[in-house]
Design a protein around this ligand. Structure first.
Ligand code: KIV
Ligand code: ZN
Length: 398
């Protein structure tokens, strides 16, 4: 590590693909898939993994138990494994059953209860005072079993600020070691994150006794920006998912946060422990195992990130890869740049592709091939090589 890197503050990324990510409709993962993804997350350098919600059933408990026993999660540098619980004793007991084989210091529970007026009045039908009592009782119960207990007030971003601070104070007094800040319905903007966090920093007198974890949803497409804002403000932990999977519009995308910090670490004053070169494969495997495709234009890991059909961009990339890329493919472990031939492509890309297929054409021949190829319909472009062979043959008989 260089001196400059040493000066950066390390932020810890916690992955919730196996829990919040799996909540995405259609994303269900079987235990084998969960174990494989947990292994990839451990190898990528995640600090902790939210492995699931044991109250979902026996298969979930079994999946967490297998994750805990799996080799990549057993090594010394492995991430901590956490299980989600409602604020009820039975959930905490199930979390213990799921995690008991994890090494000490590597297991944690994450308790949540809705705290906003909507959750209190309509979902839970509980008063603020009743919620205070529940937090106290269940956080203490969890702390008798686990060294690490996270408490998250669900819908924190829509909870009255003074009351939110009060819930946090009680949770920390009762033994919470981490407090979550979930923007459950993804309504915040970076400015609002600043405002709300400042109130929490000023209003929770015992905040110094716990670490804070930011948890943003992406309903306004701002989850990454909000996460970076929270980290910049001193929050040490951010919860993310691979490919931004998660409820509705998803959660903060792990790969976006990692690459934003990798590119702008010195400006942000931050660094992560995640190996960015593992992101491409991680993204592909999670997509295959969940069956949720990665959008072609998904930042950092979408197919189009290193592909272009546009002539000016292709020409630039052939002259120097950085002309039209924010970072090289190898930075995220992607296979390379691909110049897609099509109606927007220019002579430079055609020439390069034809040369790679063994044709060195004169300038006039190249013009003819480009004209023939561009006149082809969209379906013909699916088999680029056959199309080019046809175009060369047609050009030669001219
Ligand atoms: O978004 C959310 O509020 C959650 C909680 C379970 C912490 O995922
Ligand atoms: Zn969530």
């Amino acid at each position: 590590m260089s001196d400059a890197e040493r000066k950066l503050r390390t932020v810890y990324l916690s992955d919730t693909t196996l829990r919040d990510g799996e909540q995405m409709p259609g994303a269900a993962l079987n235990p084998d898939a969960k174990v494989e993804i947990a292994g990839l997350l451990a190898e990528a350098g995640l600090s902790s993994i939210d492995a699931g919600f044991p109250a979902c059933g026996a298969e979930e408990v079994e999946a967490i138990r297998r994750i805990v026993r799996s080799e990549p999660v057993q090594v010394k540098s492995a991430p901590a494994i956490s299980a989600l619980c409602r604020t009820v004793r039975r959930d905490i007991d199930l979390a213990w059953e799921s995690l008991e084989e994890a090494p000490r210091g590597k297991r944690s529970v994450s308790l949540f209860i809705g705290t906003s007026p909507l959750h209190r009045e309509y979902k839970l039908r509980l008063t603020a005072d009743e919620i205070r009592g529940i937090i106290r009782e269940t956080v203490e119960y969890a702390r008798e079993r686990f060294e690490s207990v996270c408490f998250s007030p669900e819908d924190a971003s829509r909870t009255e600020p003074d009351l939110l601070c009060d819930f946090y104070r009680i949770a920390i007094d009762s033994g919470a070691t981490v407090i979550g800040f979930p923007d459950t319905v993804g309504i915040l903007t970076p400015e609002l994150v600043k405002e709300q966090l400042k109130r929490i920093f000023d209003g929770v007198s015992n905040l110094g006794k716990a670490a804070m974890a930011a948890h943003f949803h992406n309903d306004l497409g701002l989850a990454t920006a909000n996460t970076l804002t929270a980290l910049r403000m001193g929050v040490p932990i951010a919860q993310c998912t691979v490919n931004g999977l998660g409820e509705r519009a998803g959660n903060t995308s792990l790969e976006e946060v990692v690459m934003a910090i990798a590119l702008h670490g010195p400006v942000l004053g931050l660094r992560t422990l995640v190996d960015a070169a593992k992101l491409w494969n991680l993204s592909r495997r999670v997509s295959e195992l969940t069956g949720i495709p990665v959008a072609a234009n998904k930042p950092v890991v979408g197919r189009n990130v290193f592909e272009t059909e546009a002539g000016i961009h292709q020409d630039g990339l052939l002259k120097h890869p950085d002309t039209y890329l924010p970072f090289r493919p190898e930075a995220v472990g992607a296979p390379g740049i691909r110049l897609v031939l099509g109606k927007h492509s220019g002579r430079a890309a055609f020439s390069e592709r034809l040369e790679s297929l063994g044709w060195k054409l004169s300038s006039g021949e190249l013009d003819l091939v480009v004209d023939f190829a561009k006149a082809a319909n969209k379906d013909a472009w699916r088999d680029e090589e056959t199309l080019l062979r046809g175009a060369v043959a047609a050009a030669m008989v001219r």
